[in-house]
Design a protein around this ligand. Structure first.
Ligand code: MN
Length: 423
């Protein structure tokens, strides 16, 4: 796919700081407000956000495609509901307006009505999330967890290489970067010889994930094939799927994750479109045994996205505790969506589907503290001299994600969350 917006040589007339996550080749979408004003659709460019509602008001956008409500809105849902073609056209138009190829926008004297420094804005949840599904698609993660909790020889359950395992979660507790969470309470059974107890989790953990947001799907009863999947995926965010391992261990049999997972998941604020990610497509792992025909796919469906996790103790510095990559995923998004809809289950614009914890082959590429500290047997050493098996109160977790190719760096910003004591 050759989109002008993805040309590595395209330059913006705005100064973009070296190494910025938001060069003209990215143009992620979010929801912003200024000085307590109404929420609007914005696009990140360098240190600025472009007010897309202002672009519409001054006549820069195609009136046959868009209405004001698509940009003056509390979420991206109405815009996403327009589907892939119009959203692609919008990003291409914005890319042109911000490029050195035209001075239509550059020459305006009221440029500050269009462009505001991101650090002077309030950012909000980009999407009103409909249904939320969490997959379990990293082989290394599934093997690690299977090895710790079950027999290492049977780390993967028999279904794992035949279908992308997933569960339905809650969208009500998905929160934006910057919002603190309280340590959750629940039921655990610390000692198998004693009755269960109720209280704050003692094993609060992260899960390093990415999530994709859907375009409209098909009516109930119809399926989306792997070759159609890309027409139904709008973009991606970082996703920290907070987990309470002690609650999880006690509750998960036989129906799977429940309260150990649904107290909070944190997402990054800018949605990076699949169009922006297209140049970073890469080959996925070889799938053996061969998958069933409805899960077969053609071409490159994985993405080379570098992932980093930092842990900052109260008053301390960021400690880089994990470097992983989205490309390690065994099951790709097209297969996840094809599987999710193979029984006729419909998806809607604004649904969110998370990858599952993304672990790589090396010990420092594991995407959870459960794996990094190997069930508490190898505590993570921090620069302030303390160590962690799981998270302490007042710890802050930051995740970052970026792609690099042909001299272009695009990123997702960050997702940052601080742990507060249980209420
Ligand atoms: Mn998860």
């Amino acid at each position: 796919m050759e989109l002008a917006s993805n040309n590595p040589n395209r330059k913006s007339w705005l100064d973009i700081p070296e190494g910025s996550d938001f060069p003209i080749q990215n143009l992620p979408f979010g929801i912003l407000s200024k000085d307590g004003g109404p929420k609007k659709v914005g696009v990140a460019i360098g240190e600025y956000a472009l007010d897309v509602a202002a672009l519409y008001d001054y006549g820069y956008l195609d009136l046959n495609m868009f209405e004001r409500k698509h940009f003056q809105n509390d979420s991206l849902n109405d815009l996403i509901s327009l589907g892939k073609e119009k959203n692609r056209a919008l990003r291409e138009r914005i890319s042109h307006l911000l490029s050195t190829e035209t001075d239509e926008l550059k020459s305006r004297t009221n440029r500050d009505e269009f462009l505001v420094k991101i650090d002077r804005l309030d950012m909000h949840m980009p999407v009103q999330i409909g249904d939320y599904t969490d997959f379990y698609s990293s082989e290394e993660h599934a093997r690690n967890v299977g090895t710790m909790f079950r027999d290492p020889a049977k780390a993967l359950l028999p279904n794992w290489k035949h279908l992308p395992v997933a569960y339905h979660g809650r969208s009500s507790s998905i929160i934006p970067s910057g919002q603190d969470i309280h340590r959750p309470k629940g039921q655990t059974r610390p000692n198998d010889q004693e009755p269960p107890v109720f209280g704050p989790t003692q094993r609060l953990d992260i899960e390093l994930e990415m999530a994709f947001i859907t375009y409209p799907g098909k009516p109930i009863g119809q399926s989306i094939s792997t070759s159609e999947a890309e027409d139904h995926i709008y973009g991606m965010v970082m996703f920290n799927d907070w987990s309470a391992r002690d609650m999880q261990k006690w509750e998960y049999v036989p129906l799977g994750p429940f309260l150990a997972k649904n107290f909070a998941s944190s997402i990054s604020l800018w949605v990076v479109t699949m169009d922006a990610l297209d140049p970073f497509k890469t080959q996925g792992p070889n799938q053996d045994p061969k998958v069933l025909p409805y899960l077969e796919y053609e071409g490159e469906k994985n993405y080379d996205i570098n992932l980093d996790v930092f842990l900052k103790p109260e008053g301390g510095d960021d400690n880089h505790i994990c470097r992983s990559n989205y490309k390690y995923m065994y099951w790709n998004m097209a297969q996840q969506l094809a599987h999710h809809t193979c029984n006729g289950c419909p998806i809607n614009a604004g649904d969110m589907m998370a990858s599952g914890t993304i672990s790589g082959p090396d010990e420092n590429s594991f995407g959870s503290m459960l794996e990094l500290a190997w069930m508490g047997t190898k505590p993570i050493q921090l620069s302030d001299g303390t160590e962690r098996k799981f998270l302490k109160d007042h710890d802050t977790i930051t995740m970052k994600a970026h792609c690099e190719k042909d001299g272009v760096h695009i990123g997702f910003g960050e997702v940052t969350t601080k742990i507060l004591p249980a209420i």
